[in-house]
Write a protein that binds this ligand. Structure first.
Ligand code: CP
Length: 320
């Protein structure tokens, strides 16, 4: 696999291969020296045009644990502030012959465009409302550890589905692994016709009790150009997950960042049923597995690299 652009391009076998590899990296993370030489000498560039805490930090740490050289560029403070286009930015960064570019953009399709402008592998770290594939993979990894097989499991995705790239990637990923997905939220925040993707839709939480997993979404105010709900208070009254709505056997997930008191009540965020911190932990090993998949899993040296000395074969499990 050269690029990771979208869950919609992944087969179930590819998903399972990445999750299996993430498990072996979890073992590396339990060692005193949490570093392997797999990507020694490779350069990874993180290009983030939107804010991020979890995705950016975990891709950075993942690259370092694989011994890659990593550099992160945020739009604010870069030449983007002077009007440089995405295409010119990618051409500039490609001059350093990176092995991979990890890109987050507010524009749907940006990662796919970047993949056409560079020889580097491209990983989509979130493109507008389109997809956030590494989030969906880390959520699958978290659930595999928490509930085992997803075959026949009922997962409710609750909240602002309309603006959520996480919802789109997750529903595709959960469906691919055999789960039954229901999308729930106000009619204004559920895209029309989304049932065509093989999901159920609910406009209230009356049947929430049937869910094995409740996956909540952030209200994405920054993407809302108009008012989709009468008020956040009213939204919270109808859709907030609190200790009355979350049953004792249900697991709770959220991709973060959480708007405390809006989509989630504080008592469930910090409850034993919450997998939110586990999701963050999973992000590191899954992103190591993604970098491995697109870089060590390929036989695709760049034109310049072909003239350079042969490096060590990719290995998992040896300390750097
Ligand atoms: N879930 C997620 O993408 O979080 P960040 O915006 O902090 O990266």
């Amino acid at each position: 696999m050269k690029d990771l652009l979208a869950v919609e391009h992944l087969s179930r076998d590819e998903i399972e291969r990445i999750l299996d590899r993430a498990e072996s990296f979890a073992e590396v993370g339990r060692r005193d020296i949490k570093k392997v030489p797999t990507l020694r000498g490779r350069t990874i560039l993180n290009l983030f045009y939107e804010a991020s805490t979890r995705t950016l930090s975990s891709f950075e740490i993942a690259a370092k644990r694989l011994s890659a050289d990593v550099h992160s560029i945020k739009a604010a403070g870069s030449a983007v502030d002077k009007g440089e286009s995405l295409k010119d930015t990618v051409a500039t960064l490609s001059a350093y012959d990176p092995a991979a570019i990890v890109i987050r953009s507010p524009h749907a399709g940006a990662a796919e465009m970047v993949s056409r402008w560079t020889e580097a592998s491209v990983i989509n770290a979130g493109d507008g409302k389109h997809e956030h594939p590494s989030q969906a993979l880390l959520d699958l990894y978290t659930l595999r550890a928490g509930v085992g097989s997803l075959e026949g499991k009922r997962i409710w995705i609750v909240g602002d589905v309309l603006h959520s790239r996480v919802a789109r990637s997750c529903l595709l990923a959960f469906n691919a692994m055999g789960a039954e997905v229901t999308l729930a939220g106000p009619p204004t925040l559920i895209p029309r016709g989304i049932e065509a993707l093989g999901v159920d839709v609910a406009y209230d939480l009356d049947r929430l009790g049937e869910a094995d997993v409740v996956y909540t979404l952030r209200m994405q105010m920054e993407r809302m150009s108009e008012s989709y709900v009468p008020s956040l208070r009213e939204y919270a009254m109808r859709y907030q997950i609190d200790s009355r709505r979350l049953g004792p056997r249900q697991l709770l997930m959220h991709p973060g960042p959480v708007n405390r008191g809006v989509e989630l009540a504080p008592e469930v965020i910090d409850s034993a049923q919450s997998l939110i911190t586990t999701q963050v932990e999973s992000g590191l090993v899954v992103r190591m597995a993604i970098l491995y998949e697109v870089l060590a899993g390929q036989d695709r040296p760049s034109v310049r690299a072909a003239a350079e000395p042969v490096t060590d074969p990719p290995t998992i499990g040896q300390p750097a």
